[in-house]
Design a protein around this ligand. Structure first.
Ligand code: BES
Ligand code: MN
Ligand code: ZN
Length: 484
């Protein structure tokens, strides 16, 4: 889909469709006012008659309105202007995404967007995400990106930024939506090498031999029963001063989580191709940061392994030697994400990162705590946590902090090894997982984002198809930009 700028007034644009946006209980402005004037007040009359809804993300299609060159006009409601303030920033992305997804139901060559007063970069990113769906193996019925998408703006830089964000989010979504039969540690590494070469960052891949040399005993145990050997993908973008410590991004990359010997149910396993979303998010953020040429140093670490079952599976009661020297008693092989992360966090710190953010579809408990749309945030550093919260808020993504009181650590004590890999009970399971990771971050300022909810959706939303969401790419970019 080609993204272009247009200066054509809404009524005059020759296109298959145009999209306009209206606030609830506000006078029509911009393109909506133009369309209304060109069509002799039709739009205002339809709104008055409750035939066109200004409610947030409501879509109404107007067929061939008189005085309008485009074949159809799609009107998307924005809701009340001051309804939910903390939702405001994501509004452009979601509203434009809603129009784009609606129009992508069939092939169209030219579609014009008139996102008056909305953030242009978010609008472009929203459209790009909206037109791409999870039906990547479908012959019919999938979404159709347009030939050309035109945006009414003169801000070329914002359009380019939106394109970079949209493409990066779509890369994450594609990798996560690709099933484990086609996306495994080695193929993820190949993808990362390609993206690095295209976007401008270095990629190094550690194979099992190297992981063994590096004493990554927990990481290797998780991947051991798979026919697809584990990989650690290390990405490096040095846009800042050479003496400045890089920001470290670490991602859980479990390409399929069967649960191992603590096997999941079929239902619980169905979506577990999504368990590498943290790693994909790190790769997507590296791509965006490099393409935006941000003047910072960033290192990404994608911990890729497949948690499977075989005669050589790791077992309950096994004691794993982590790279840090700490020993871990296995109480549940389905608590595997923290094991691959433990060794990877240790590698990241030895690479000299100044601060560390990890992203992981780590616990079902986080879904219980915060629902499907909010990432759990856990930290050892209030300053870094505040930066991450502000970054998320600035781009309309949702994080919520969970408490990290010392007494949670009691729950991961083992009578055999230094620690065990799950808490005594299910209660506070997101936090005991966070406490486990904290054992490996040493004194580095660190934020853990449990993205088990927002990374992958069972159902579509008006602005995005179901499946992978690309959540937190924008937040990571905003965070790194704040460090500039
Ligand atoms: N990958 C899962 C967590 C998950 C669940 C992500 C649902 C997305 C949706 C993780 O590896 C896991 O299985 N966690 C266990 C931990 C438990 C055994 C301590 C869980 O949440 O049940
Ligand atoms: Mn698991
Ligand atoms: Zn998992």
């Amino acid at each position: 889909m080609k993204i272009e700028i247009t200066q054509q007034p809404a009524a005059d644009l020759t296109a298959d469709a145009i999209a306009i946006f209206i606030w609830k209980d506000e006078p029509l402005t911009g393109a909506a006012a133009e369309i209304d004037a060109a069509s002799d007040g039709t739009l205002a009359r339809l709104i008055d008659a409750d035939e066109v809804s200004p409610e947030a993300f409501a879509v109404t299609r107007l067929l061939a309105p008189i005085g309008v060159s485009a074949k159809i006009v799609v009107v998307v409601g924005l809701g009340q202007k001051h309804d939910v303030p903390h939702d405001h920033r994501g509004l452009a992305h979601r509203a434009v995404g809603t129009a784009a997804k609606f129009l992508a139901a069939k092939p169209r060559s030219v579609v014009g967007f008139y996102p008056d007063g909305l953030d242009v970069a978010d609008a472009v990113a929203g459209a790009m995400v909206g037109v791409v769906g999870q039906g990547i193996y479908q012959q019919d019925g999938k979404l159709n990106p347009f030939g050309r998408a035109l945006f009414f703006t003169d801000d070329q830089a914002a359009v380019e930024r939106g394109e970079i964000l949209g493409n990066s989010q779509n890369l994450v979504r594609h990798l996560v939506n690709t099933p484990a039969s086609d996306l495994y540690p080695e193929s993820f590494a190949t993808n990362a090498i390609e993206v690095g070469a295209e976007s401008g960052f270095q990629v190094e891949v550690w194979d099992q031999h190297r992981l063994k040399e590096e004493r990554c005993g927990a990481f290797l145990a998780v991947g051991r029963a798979s026919a697809r050997p584990a990989r650690l993908v290390i990405m490096s973008y040095m846009g800042g001063h050479s003496d400045e410590k890089p920001i470290g991004l670490v991602g859980k990359g479990v390409t399929f989580d069967s649960g191992g010997l603590s096997i999941k149910t079929s239902e619980g396993m169905l979506a577990m191709k999504c368990d590498m979303a943290g790693a994909a998010t790190v790769l997507g953020a590296m791509k965006a940061i490099a393409e935006l040429k941000l003047p910072v140093n960033v290192s990404g670490f994608a911990a890729m392994a497949e948690n499977m079952i075989a005669g050589n599976s790791f077992r309950m009661g096994d004691v794993l030697n982590t790279r840090s020297g700490k020993t871990v008693e296995v109480h549940n092989t389905d608590a595997e994400g923290r094991l691959v992360l433990a060794d990877t966090i240790d590698v990241a710190i030895d690479h000299g990162v100044g601060k560390l953010i990890d992203l992981a579809t780590l616990t079902g408990a986080c879904l219980v705590a915060l629902g499907t749309d909010i990432a759990g945030l856990m930290t050892n550093d209030d300053t870094l946590a505040a930066e991450v919260k502000l970054a998320a808020e600035s781009c309309g993504e949702y994080v919520w902090e969970l408490p990290m009181h010392d007494f949670f650590s009691e729950q991961i004590k083992s009578s055999v090894a230094d620690i065990k890999n799950m808490g005594d009970s299910r209660w506070g399971g997101a936090i005991t997982a966070g406490k486990f990771l904290e054992e490996f971050v040493r004194a580095t300022p660190w934020v853990h984002l449990d993205i088990a909810g927002p990374a992958f959706a069972a159902k579509p939303k008006p602005w995005i198809d179901g499946g992978a969401s690309g959540a937190m790419v924008k937040t990571l970019v905003a965070l790194v930009e704040r460090a500039v």
